[in-house]
Design a protein. Structure first.
Length: 77
């Protein structure tokens, strides 16, 4: 699945509402050709937007992904 998605040029979303992706999963994504990740929260209440983004950032950084050139860019390896 990761290989097919990566070959289509998509970014993998790290969703903070559901169980977070692990460092191993993000490395697997990269090994299959995925070079970008994004962050989402699926918040259904305005006060919940951005919940656990700090944890998602830690996971992405541990997997080798870094912030893009501006705050709207995908994170890349």
């Amino acid at each position: 699945m990761f290989r097919t998605l990566a070959s289509s040029g998509r970014a993998l979303e790290i969703n903070t509402r559901s169980p977070l992706a692990s460092v191993s999963q993000l490395r697997w994504w990269w090994e299959e050709g995925g070079d970008a990740v994004s962050f989402g929260s699926d918040a259904h209440e305005p006060s919940r937007v951005g919940d656990r983004f700090d944890v998602a950032v830690d996971v992405a950084e541990a997997a080798g992904f870094r912030a893009g050139q501006d705050r709207f860019d995908f994170w890349r390896r």
